[in-house]
Each structure stands twice: as C-alpha cells, then as structure tokens.
Design a protein around this ligand. Sequence first.
Ligand code: MG
Length: 336
Amino acid sequence: MKHKNITLAHGSGGKLTHELVRKLFLPCFNNTALSFLGDSAILNINGTKLAFTTDSYVVKPLFFPGGDIGRLAVSGTINDLAVVGAEPMFLSAGFIIEEGFDMALLEKIVKSMKETISFTGVDIVTGDTKVVERGGADGLYINTCGIGIVNDGINLSTSSIETGDKIIISGTIGDHGMAVLSERESLGFTPSIKSDCAPLSGMIKKILASGAHIKFMRDPTRGGLATTLNEIVNTQKYGIVIEEQAIPVNDGVRALCEILGYDPLYIANEGKVVIVVSAHDAVKVCNILKEDSLSKDAAIIGEVIPEPAGKVCLKTVIGGTRIIDMLVGDQLPRIC
Ligand code: MG
C-alpha cells in the first residue's frame, strides 16, 4: 500500500478505493462471490440465486435538491441489487446518530426512506440504532444492506461482453454530485440542478423483461461514468469508445462544471445505469428507457471495441480521441 494513512481519496470510488479493495480486502477475505467485485454478490443457495449488497451513506449535507440521506440510502442499495439483474426484496437500515441530533430531522429522513421504497415492493425488515457522543460523528450516517432474487435466465457478466456491443446511459450525468456540491457550497444560483437519486428497479425490470440481450449493467455512482466504464473494461480483452457529443448532460450541470473546473464524466450519479447490450437490441432498449420518466434522456453513447483492450476512449466534440482513466484523487468527498 502506497499510503501510511487513509486519505479521503480512499473513499472516492476511484483508484485508491480500488487499491484498498484489491490489495487489502480481497486477498484477506478471499472467496469466489467477492472476487467478482459486483455491485451485489451473487450467492447460490439451494438452487436460488440470491443477490446481496451493502452500502454506507455519509453524504454532507443531509438534505440537498432532489433528495436527502434517507432517499439516497434506500435508492443506492436497491440500485446495486437491480443492476445485477435481481428483484430487490428486503433491506436493513442501520443508523449511526450523533448525540444532540434534531429529532424532527431524523423523522423527516425516516419518512423519506419509507416514501422512497413505497413504490418498489421492498421492505425494511431489520435494523440497528447506535448513538455516539457529540463530535463522534457528523450528524447522521446510514448503512443499508439489501437482498434480492435473480430470476432464472438472467446472467449478467462482463465475460459475455463482445466487440460491437453498444453502451447505453439511462440519462443525464453528473446531476447528483453537482446538486450536493451546489447545496454544500450554498451556490444558490443553480436551481435547475437536482439530484437524480431514485430507485431504478422498476425501470430495469422493464428492460430485462423485454427479451433484449443485455450483457451487463452498473450504476455509475462515485467516480462517475468514466470510472464505471473503466471498471467494466479493466483486465478485459476489449475496450470501450464513447462519443462526447452523445452523452446527455443537463445545461445547469454543464455550466457549473465549467465554472468550477469539473468534468461531468467523473461526477457521481445516483439514479442512472450504464447498460452494455448487443448491437441488435440497443435501439429497442433505448426506446423502452425513454418511456420511463427516470430514463427519458437515455442515449446510446458508444460501443465495445477490440483495441485498445482494457481502456476507455472518448471521441471529443472537436474530433480528437483521448483515453479516459478512472477517477484519481477525490475532488468531491462525502457525495453519497
Ligand atoms: Mg453500484
């Protein structure tokens, strides 16, 4: 390990997070289910394929345009189940609360969790409450775990990805990260920027049921679209090329990124999915997505290519091509 101490970048979802996972957690815990490093682990129990996942939420501030830590905590875990092809069923909720936390705010956050799961068929069936002394935590952290069932015939894997497959993004990128940032910095002049934070299980169910040959899905959260695409091609015999012009970005997000010097490709999303689909079914999947309000801006943004293997290339608006890497460092800590 390069660093003697943990830095914020170890929690960014980018290069240092991957180093921590690959050099410490993976070799130490070493088992087949973990080795895939999927959004959820897939466990075969008496012939049933169970998806199992966990995530902790430390977003600051707790409330932001388009959501709050409660909505985020249930949506994120539901999405990690949905993108591996599972039907999300049960969640846990663990609350780590700082002494003195406002009871009315806690109530608001818990009600937001209830409202968010109310359309998903998911129940919170177990939980935990811990309180730490004043100063021992920053207000409130939430951990959620989730389990779901992967139905027969669904087998999503990077190993089934082939040259020529298309890459779809289900809508505009960077909305969540920029909404949290603008709220945190009280920028105020960007009312058009709202987090996309939402459970995507309903929308994903529709495309899985369409019979389209979907190869793989992942939600581009921390590290953004660029990091997720790099995770897909990492150590594989193929690469990915995406067209900058085809990638949907809201005007407000684009403007704020330009002013502050951020690249939307690296900004977190909490209500988007990257889909790798056979070329034959790409338009069909995109059209199904466009009918859902959560994915109305879905677009085919690129394709799988043989060379350069293991790399993600971006064709820029002005006609150049450059390699885009995983997120390095952490410009926006505590975004989720
Ligand atoms: Mg994920």
